[in-house]
Design a protein around this ligand. Structure first.
Ligand SMILES: N[C@@H](CCC(=O)N[C@@H](CS)C(=O)NCC(=O)O)C(=O)O
Length: 275
C-alpha cells in the first residue's frame, strides 16, 4: 500500500513483475483506464506499434468506488488480483496484463510493460532504439521524479513542506522541458518512449493537476514550447484517440474524495488542443 512518511506520500511498489512472453493472439489482455496516465502510456504504445490484434484491451469504468475498478461485463479488477494472489493487500491498479491462458496477472509493472512491448513485441516505429536507451532512461527517470509522480506527490502531500518540495520539482521539470523542446519536435531526434511518458502527464496538467493537485504556479499553456509539443503529440492518432478528457475529469474529481470530498467536477478549463 501507499505510505505517508514525514508528510510525504509514497507510492506502493509494483507487485506483479513477470515479463511479457512473446505475442500470442488472444493470450494477453490489458486492463486500462483512459483516466490513468500510467495506463494511457500502454494504450498509446499499443496503437503506435500496431499491436491491437495481439493485445486485447478492457477499459474499466472511469468512476471507482470502494470496490475498486469495475471491468467490462460486470465484476471488479480486484477479482483478477485476488485470483492471482489471494494474499495481495495492495491497491488493485491499472494498467495490468492478464494472461487469459494461465488466468493470472502477469504484470502491473507499468514502466516495464511499454518497454516489453517495444523490445519483445516489436513493430514500428522503434520507440526505444538501442543507441538512445541510456539517454531515454535518464530522461524517463527525471520525468518520473519531477513530473509523472511528482504531481501525485503534490496532490496527496500531508504537509506544506512535502507539497512545496513536490511542486518545485514539477515546475523545475517543466522549465527543463521548455528549454529542451525549444526548437525541437520531440525530446530526442525522433518520437520515443520518453515522449509517451511526458505526454500523459501533460495532457492532464491544466485540466486536473493544476487545480485538483494544486500544481498551480503556472499553466501548461504558459510554456510555449511545451504546450506546442503537447498539441503536436495530440495530433497523432494514437495519442488523441486514447485521450478522453471526460474520463480524466470525472475519474480524478469524483474518485479521489480525500482531496475533493464533494466530488464536484469543474466545468473548465476551456482548452484548444488543435495545432
Ligand atoms: N501500479 C502503480 C501505478 C498505477 C496506478 O496508480 N494506477 C491507478 C490509476 S492512475 C489505479 O489503478 N489506482 C487504483 C487504486 O488506487 O485503487 C501503483 O501501484 O501505484
Amino acid at each position: 500500500m501507499d505510505a505517508v512518511r514525514d508528510g510525504r506520500w509514497v507510492r506502493q511498489a509494483n507487485h506483479f513483475t513477470d515479463r511479457l512472453g512473446p505475442p500470442e493472439p488472444g493470450r494477453y489482455r490489458l486492463y486500462a483506464s483512459y483516466a490513468c496516465p500510467w495506463a494511457q502510456r500502454v494504450l498509446i504504445v499499443r496503437e503506435l506499434l500496431g499491436l491491437q490484434d495481439l493485445l486485447d484491451v478492457a477499459i474499466v469504468d472511469p468512476i471507482r468506488d470502494e470496490r475498486g475498478w469495475r471491468v467490462p461485463g460486470g465484476g471488479f479488477l480486484s477479482e483478477l488480483y485476488l485470483a492471482t494472489d489471494p494474499g495481495f493487500e495492495g491497491r488493485h491498479t491499472v494498467p495490468c496484463v492478464w494472461d487469459v491462458k494461465e488466468r493470472r496477472i502477469v504484470t502491473n509493472d507499468f514502466p516495464q510493460i511499454t518497454l516489453d512491448l517495444e523490445t519483445r513485441w516489436g513493430g514500428t516505429p522503434d520507440l526505444y532504439p538501442k543507441e538512445l536507451r541510456d539517454g531515454i532512461d535518464a530522461v524517463n527517470d527525471r520525468l518520473y521524479h519531477g513530473l509523472n509522480n511528482a504531481v501525485y506527490e503534490a496532490g496527496f502531500a500531508r504537509s506544506q513542506e512535502a507539497y512545496e518540495d513536490a511542486v518545485r520539482r514539477v515546475f523545475a521539470t517543466l522549465d527543463f522541458l521548455e528549454e529542451r523542446l525549444t526548437g525541437s519536435e520531440f525530446l530526442f531526434d525522433r518520437l520515443t518512449e520518453s515522449d509517451v511518458r511526458a505526454y500523459t502527464t501533460l495532457a492532464r496538467f491544466d485540466t486536473v493537476y493544476y487545480a485538483h493537485f494544486k500544481c498551480s504556479v503556472r499553466r501548461l499553456t504558459d510554456y510555449p514550447a511545451v504546450w506546442a509539443y503537447a498539441r503536436r503529440l495530440y495530433a497523432i492518432p494514437a495519442f488523441r484517440e486514447t485521450t478522453d478528457f471526460d474520463h480524466i475529469k470525472r475519474h480524478y474529481y469524483m474518485t479521489q474524495t480525500t482531496i475533493n470530498p464533494n466530488r464536484l467536477v469543474p466545468l473548465g478549463p476551456e482548452l484548444d488542443w488543435s495545432l
